[in-house]
Design a protein around this ligand. Structure first.
Ligand code: SAM
Length: 358
C-alpha cells in the first residue's frame, strides 16, 4: 500500500474499500486553532464526516488514536474533544482508554497575574471498532525498583467458595508496562530531527507516533493518518515495517511529508519504492555491488541504501522488547538469530541510559 495523497481526507477516504485499516493515529485541526496555510476548514459537521469514514474503513478491532485538545473561547474551554469522543462512541467505537500526551512546555505559559495554569497536555482518545483492540503490545519500560526480588508477603485470592488460595510467588520483573500518561520533549531536535519539517506548526513527536504504532499494530499492518501534516505517523510506520496511507490537504505540508517518507524509506530495510512508496518491487541487477530494484507500480529504478553491517535499530528494539517481556538471552538468539552477546550489550547500554536519565 504505502500511499499518500494531497487531498481532503473525506474525499480520499471515501475512495478506500471497507475495513482495510488496522490502526489510525491522527491529530485533526482541533478547534481551528491554527490556520494551516488557510487550506482547511474545520467544524463539527466536517468532523462527523471524517469519523463516519473512519468507522467504515477500519477493520473490526482496529484502533483509532484521536489526539486533540480544546481551545479557550470567552474564558471557557470548548469541550470539542469530548463531543468528538462521544460521537465516536455513538458510531459504535469503544472508548478503550483516555490517555494523555504531556508536553514539556506550553505554547502559552501561565502568567503570574493570569487566571489559569499552563496548558501542557492533549487527550489521546484510544478507540477500538466494535470489540476490544485486536492488537495490544504494551510497552514495558517502567523500571521496577524491586526487580529480581520475590513479592513481600503472600500473594492470595479468594476462590468461588470464598476460601483463601495462595498464588505462586513471582519474581518482580525488571520492567513493567508504563502508565497511560506519556510525556515527551517537544521542539527542535526533540519532536523530530528533520529541521525542514518545522515548517509545519503542529507536529506531534515522532516517538509518540512510534509508541502508538508499536502498541496497537504488528509488522505489515496498514496504518492511516487522515490529517498527515508533515507525515510524522507515516515516517514512523515505515521505519517500523508497517504500511501507510495518508492524506494532507495543504500542498506545502504534503511536500514535507513526501520528503520525510522518502528519507524513511531510504533508512528502512524494506524494499519500498522511494517514488510512489509501493512495495511491489522486483530485483533488477546490481550497481557498484549494490542491489538495484524496479518498481512495478511506477517503473522507477532505485538502489536500497540499507547497510547490512551491524543490526538495524528495528532489530535492536525488537530484541530489547523481547528481553523486557521476560525472554532469556539464549532464547532471544534462537528466535531472532541475533547473537546473545549483542543483546546483553544492548541491555547494558539501555540500563546505563535509564540510570543516567533518572
Ligand atoms: C494537527 S495537524 C497534523 C500534524 C501531524 N500529526 C504531524 O505530526 O505532522 C492537522 C493537519 O490536517 C490538515 N488538514 C486539515 N483539514 C484537512 C482535510 N480535510 N483533509 C486532509 N488534511 C487536512 C492540516 O493542513 C494540518 O496539516
Amino acid at each position: 500500500m504505502n500511499k499518500i495523497f494531497n487531498e481532503c481526507c473525506i474525499k480520499g477516504l471515501s475512495k478506500l474499500e471497507d475495513e482495510i485499516i488496522d490502526l489510525c493515529i491522527t491529530s485533526p485541526p482541533y478547534d481551528d486553532l491554527r490556520e494551516y496555510n488557510q487550506s482547511s476548514i474545520w467544524n463539527f459537521q466536517i468532523f462527523t464526516e471524517v469519523a463516519e469514514q473512519l468507522w467504515r474503513v477500519c477493520k473490526k478491532g482496529a484502533v483509532v488514536v484521536w489526539i486533540v485538545g480544546d481551545s479557550v473561547v470567552k474564558g471557557e474551554e470548548t469541550l470539542s474533544s469530548f463531543r468528538q469522543a462521544t460521537y465516536f462512541t455513538e458510531l459504535g467505537f469503544k472508548l478503550h482508554d483516555t490517555m494523555i500526551y504531556e508536553k514539556n512546555g506550553a505554547s502559552f505559559p501561565a502568567r503570574r497575574n493570569g487566571n489559569r495554569y499552563s496548558q501542557i497536555f492533549e487527550y489521546m482518545f484510544v478507540f477500538s471498532k466494535k470489540t476490544k483492540p485486536k492488537t495490544v503490545n504494551l510497552i514495558c519500560d517502567k523500571a521496577n525498583r524491586w526487580a529480581g526480588y520475590i513479592n513481600f508477603g503472600k500473594a492470595t485470592y479468594r476462590d468461588k467458595n470464598g476460601d483463601l488460595v495462595e498464588r505462586k510467588q513471582k519474581t518482580v520483573p525488571e520492567f513493567s508496562p508504563r502508565n497511560n500518561i506519556w510525556k515527551y520533549n517537544t521542539g527542535k531536535n526533540y519532536t523530530t530531527k528533520d529541521d525542514y519539517a518545522f515548517e509545519h506548526p503542529a507536529m506531534f513527536p515522532e516517538k509518540l507516533a512510534e509508541d502508538h504504532i508499536l502498541t496497537w499494530s504488528n509488522e505489515g499492518d496498514l496504518v492511516l493518518d487522515p490529517f498527515m501534516g508533515a507525515g510524522t505517523t507515516g515516517k514512523m510506520a515505515i521505519l517500523n515495517s508497517r504500511e501507510f496511507i495518508g492524506f494532507e490537504i495543504d500542498s506545502a505540508y504534503f511536500e514535507i511529508s513526501q520528503r520525510r517518507l522518502k528519507a524513511a524509506i531510504a533508512q528502512s530495510k524494506e524494499d519500498i519504492c522511494p517514488n510512489c512508496f509501493s512495495n511491489k518491487v522486483v530485483k533488477n541487477g546490481t550497481r557498484k555491488g549494490k542491489q538495484r530494484f524496479r518498481c512495478r507500480n511506477c517503473n522507477c529504478q532505485f538502489i536500497n541504501t540499507y547497510s547490512s553491517r551491524g543490526y538495524s535499530e528495528k532489530v535492536k528494539k525488537h530484541c530489547l522488547k523481547l528481553y523486557r517481556d521476560g525472554m532469556g538471552f539464549r532464547e532471544i538468539e534462537r528466535s531472532t538469530g541475533v547473537s546473545h552477546n549483542s543483546v546483553i550489550n544492548w541491555v547494558r547500554q539501555s540500563s546505563t541510559n535509564c540510570a543516567k536519565s533518572h
